[in-house]
Design a protein around this ligand. Sequence first.
Ligand code: ZN
Length: 316
Amino acid sequence: MKPDTPCVYVGDELARYGFGEGHPFGPDRLGAFWQQACAVGLDRQVRQCAPVSVERAVIERFHTPDYVETVIRQSATGEGYLDCGDTPAFPGIYESACYVVGSVLDAIERILDGDGRQAFVPIAGLHHARRDRAAGFCVFNDCGIAIETLRRQHGLQRIAYVDIDAHHGDGVFYSFEQDPDLSFADLHEDGRYLYPGTGRETETGAGVARGTKLNIPMEPGADDAAFLEAWERVEAFIDAARPEFILFQCGADSIAGDPITHLRYTPAAHRYATQQLLRLARRHCAGRLLAMGGGGYNRGNLALAWTAVVQVLVSG
Ligand SMILES: [Zn+2]
């Protein structure tokens, strides 16, 4: 296997992060993706990596100890909600969420060590969780923990976060709103029509970080042509930021036919975004690009979109 073969994380520990059969975020999502990936031969072209867990202290690089304690407690009983009604607890939810975070951090280590310059973690990109609470199916914000870890453990400073999930990445945006070294670009369905209701064009960062965040709300029904037009701004923005590492939340719920959103892209949008981010990663940071699956509740859509992302990582 060539040293720059991309890493893809698959395994039951990661699949188990889901809220039960029949739930939009069910435990069958990883399997739906991997079946498609294998059908086109990707299983032989990527470095398959087993999910990895983490210690509590790692979670607390981003989350408050009180919140982590709450998750551990509710994970033991499996009862109640971790937020106001979107994110139910289930027995072992803490352990499952730790595998999401650990796999993302393992991917970062492999990328920085040169053991694959790119990686994809399908069950990850849980961009709604705040430092002190769960939100929108997201228990621990692996994106936020990744940013803190890139800074504290790996000494990187300028990080880019790009998000094409239908929902605004509010948990990342507000946690780093005042951070001038986190370049944030997010294309999402206009918050007037979709959860979480945030991400207006005027939200560009706060204080010294003003201008380091790019929010582009898309009209319901926006198609690939609308995506491509908006994407040009994202690309120019990330290019100008000269990142040392690129995080990509490639949520598939922005594709036509998702049961809970109203955008109408095709997987070609995800393919194109990956191609362009890979180009930028090669220009600025030796190809360091980590893709995280994010949302996507139509199983056929997520299988095609995520497979397209990995195909680009494989073929360049
Ligand atoms: Zn979403």
